[in-house]
Design a protein. Structure first.
Length: 263
């Protein structure tokens, strides 16, 4: 029943305004019981009993679980990031979320040179036993997830949806070898505005950020902004290093040969 009640909280937290209020209440040291009571007091008990049975059936069928901000497994670096989710769904090993991670981001449409760089980054990080985090989108994200052995995929839709559908095999790879997470309610569609919002989670989970390739108005630039606000170390490929004016920040150019690349 606890997992189900937190699924209702995730439904409410779909509103970013409500999620911010929830986080403020958490920081005021409300106990978990007090927190749930405050936000679920309007729920109809008979509806809860009925919906719980449906939820339980889906939970057993799909295998998803929930991490809440009250759980010890909730990653500390995410808890104190930008607008942290009060709870999120996951598939895979949530214990990986507390490890050192490198976030790698880039455009869905990129020259083949940068698609290859993203894949090689994944291969190189695996050799260094480092976990990666990205958005499981087409292009740079997908190539990086393909190259790395263990990674975290942050979804811009419900945990029970595969988007884009061409990434079905990749979705399963990340789920079995790493972890998939989503702050969105079950069956949530991949709407355009979901992706800029989820990018704060990629920046929050990554201890450093590598931007491989992005156009000026790409969502990857939003992730870069979040990472800068969090004080993360930033690495850029040569083209991005020359193109973006980030003077005054801790920015380093990514060396293409990982043997000379030190974290």
């Amino acid at each position: 029943m606890r997992t189900y009640l937190w699924s209702k909280i995730i439904d409410l937290a779909y509103s970013l305004k409500t999620m911010k209020m929830m986080y403020q209440d958490y920081m005021q040291n409300l106990t978990e019981q007090e927190f749930l009571k405050k936000y679920l007091y309007k729920e109809n008990q008979s509806a809860i009993t009925r919906d719980y049975l449906i939820f339980k059936e889906n939970e057993e069928k799909l295998g998803f679980k929930i991490v809440t901000i009250y759980d010890e497994t909730y990653p500390t670096k995410l808890k104190f990031s930008i607008n942290p989710p009060i709870a999120f769904y996951y598939l895979g090993d949530s214990n990986l979320l507390k490890n050192y991670m490198v976030a790698v981001v880039g455009s869905r449409i990129a020259p083949s040179k940068y698609i290859k760089i993203a894949r090689n980054l994944g291969i190189g990080l695996s050799k260094m036993n480092i976990i990666g985090v990205s958005g499981l989108a087409k292009g740079i994200d997908a190539s990086f997830h393909q190259g790395i052995d263990i990674s975290i995929g942050v979804l811009g839709c419900g945990i029970d949806r595969i988007y884009p559908t061409v990434n079905k095999a990749l979705y399963k790879k990340v789920m079995y070898n790493g972890c998939l997470i989503s702050e969105y309610p079950l069956n949530t569609k991949p709407l355009p505005w979901h992706f800029p919002r989820r990018n704060r989670l990629i920046a929050g989970l990554g201890d450093i950020l590598i931007l491989v390739y992005a156009k000026e108005k790409s969502g990857s630039i939003i992730t870069l902004d979040y990472a800068l606000d969090l004080g993360r170390d930033i690495f850029l490929t040569s083209e991005m290093y020359d193109r973006l004016d980030l003077s005054g920040y801790s920015i380093r150019e990514l060396k293409m040969h990982l043997k000379s690349f030190r974290f």
